[in-house]
Design a protein around this ligand. Structure first.
Ligand code: ADP
Ligand code: MG
Length: 143
């Protein structure tokens, strides 16, 4: 599935609609360059889950937990991960294989830990189509 957006609001809205329909235990992975819109997407997904609280990139922790929505929301940003061991230390399996909804920014950095079943999202720019244009590819993965 390919979506195209032309503003942060459109990306937020797309993610919000996905969040409204998200099922327990779903892991969304997000791949794309710095500043492409991964956190904007995470904010929309959280809103769709009924979370009103502001979502920021979890800079100093690998995962941020939000419990106030329709389902628990686990927001990972593994950009600064030094060693895959850090994922073990936080007990990532409880999140990935639990009943909440996970979203992982920079998922490619922990490829070997990703669950076999997941929803993979890739966000890309195409400057020929404008500065705010984003192509968002969604693929259900079942390894
Ligand atoms: P990332 O988490 O991928 O590093 P952010 O979500 O923090 O990126 O930032 C994305 C930036 O790009 C924001 O400043 C946002 O306003 C801007 N932006 C411009 N157009 C779009 C779009 N179509 N979708 C998402 N973000 C966009
Ligand atoms: Mg981010």
């Amino acid at each position: 599935m390919i979506y195209e957006t032309n503003s942060p609001e459109e990306t937020f809205d797309l993610a919000r609609r996905l969040g409204e329909e998200a099922q327990p235990g779903t892991v969304y992975t997000l791949t794309g360059d710095l500043g492409v819109g991964k956190t904007v997407f995470a904010q929309g997904l959280a809103r769709g889950l009924g979370i009103e609280e502001a979502i920021n990139s979890p800079t100093f922790t690998i995962v941020q937990v939000y419990d106030e929505g329709r389902l628990p929301f686990y927001h990972f940003d593994v950009y600064r991960i030094g060693d895959i061991e850090e994922m073990e230390e936080i007990g990532y399996e409880d999140y990935f294989y639990g009943d909440g909804v996970c979203l992982v920014e920079w998922a490619e950095l922990i490829e070997e830990l990703l669950p076999q079943k997941r929803v993979a999202l890739v966000i890309e720019k195409d400057l020929q189509k404008g500065f705010d244009y984003r192509r968002i590819t969604l693929q259900e993965v079942m390894e």
